[in-house]
Ligand binder design. Structure first.
Ligand code: GRF
Length: 209
């Protein structure tokens, strides 16, 4: 039975595309039933349309306050009856009621090695800027389950990349993005095969059989 997947995006959607490809080529035992964008115009919406995936833009400026925005996002997610929600370059915060309803079924990709360079306000290029300013020698990407603490849920996968002399935010972001594209679909594949198990903070892979 294919898992029902909802993907949340904010930008270009290159991570989203890896999930589309994985579902299309059968590597992911799932079907993306809805994409929810926090931006009205984003290439991720074009990617959804090109693949027959329903795309909803739920933009904060269309709502009087955060409570109304959260309610709209929560309803849009729950109406799709997801087995899994994937935050793929999503710059918003998942509504608390969604986290509580679906804890253990929401995955996020973060462009750094959590618990470093993460948390409130740490997203997108800001992350790489902070890594360079700190003088860190490695960075990388993290896939984790989402809980009530921003970027605080149990870690599924991490992989390092070197920070090189002369790196810019762009060159480091590109190197990290390559690793994101490797880790996120792998985590979704395992989730959709029911091969991820969580014990407290520890995520391990269930061996088949
Ligand atoms: C990437 O930098 C990723 O780290 C972050 O959002 C940015 C855009 O990702 N999560 P995408 O191309 O929209 O997937």
């Amino acid at each position: 039975m294919l898992k029902r997947i909802v993907v949340m995006c904010s930008g270009g959607g290159s991570n989203f595309q890896t999930l589309i490809d994985g579902c299309n080529n059968g590597a992911i035992n799932g079907r993306i039933v809805r994409m929810i964008s926090s931006a009205k115009k984003a290439y991720s919406i074009e990617r959804a349309r090109a693949n027959g995936i329903e795309a909803l833009a739920i933009h904060k400026n269309d709502y009087p306050d955060t409570a109304a925005l959260d309610r709209a996002r929560h309803e849009a997610i729950m109406q799709a009856e997801p087995d899994l929600v994937v935050l793929a370059g999503f710059l918003g915060i998942v509504p608390l009621e969604t986290v509580r309803a679906l804890e253990g079924k929401i995955l996020n990709i973060h462009p750094a090695l959590i618990p470093s360079f993460c948390g409130k306000g740490m997203y997108g290029q800001r992350v790489h800027q902070a890594v360079l300013e700190y003088g860190a020698k490695v960075s990388g990407a993290t896939v984790h389950f989402v809980n009530e603490e921003i970027d605080g849920g149990p870690v599924v996968f991490q992989k390092c990349v070197p920070v090189l002399e002369g790196d810019t935010v762009e060159s480091l972001a590109d190197r990290v993005l390559e690793v994101e594209h490797e880790l996120l679909p792998k985590a979704v594949e395992l989730f959709c095969r029911d091969e991820l198990q969580i014990n407290g903070r520890i995520v391990s892979q269930k061996l088949p059989g």
